[in-house]
Design a protein around this ligand. Structure first.
Ligand code: ZN
Length: 144
């Protein structure tokens, strides 16, 4: 939480999902999200460190112009998605790769992280080399 607050300047809200809330903005199928101002982490049985780190990485990867949009304008709600599927997929994979680089700082075993392309529209959209370069560049720019 300290890393996220220091790095992004954004707040963190722990929320409890009730009824059919999981499936509505900003979560859809995910127990985590970003409403344009705060990161939301749902109280469930998942790893809160992983969820929060994933969202902070999304924020770092997103261009400044999309850091005030719900889930950085990536969707999954198509009415809230402002980029194409290919751009969204490459941003998701870059986020996952940055998360892998940062995970050891938070004692998160890599074996517990999802595959970088688990949550994309189409795997053929992904430019792995470009995503790796982008993630490494962002990682190196972060304070130690
Ligand atoms: Zn994501």
């Amino acid at each position: 939480m300290a890393f996220v607050a220091r790095t992004t300047g954004k707040g963190i809200r722990v929320v409890t999902l009730q009824g059919d809330e999981q499936g509505k903005a900003p979560f859809f199928a995910q127990p985590v999200g970003f409403d344009g101002r705060s990161f939301w982490v749902a109280r469930d049985h998942g790893c809160d460190t992983e969820k929060l780190l994933h969202e902070a990485c999304h924020w770092l990867v997103a261009p400044k112009s999309r850091r005030t949009l719900q889930n950085y304008g990536l969707g999954p709600n198509p009415t809230r998605r402002v980029v194409g599927e290919e751009e969204a997929d490459n941003e998701e994979v870059t986020t996952m790769l940055l998360e892998r680089l940062l995970a050891p700082r938070f004692a998160l075993p890599l074996s517990r992280l999802a595959k970088p392309d688990y949550n994309v529209y189409r795997k053929t959209n992904i430019d792995w080399e470009a995503c790796e370069v982008r993630a490494a560049t962002l990682f190196e720019a972060l304070p130690g």
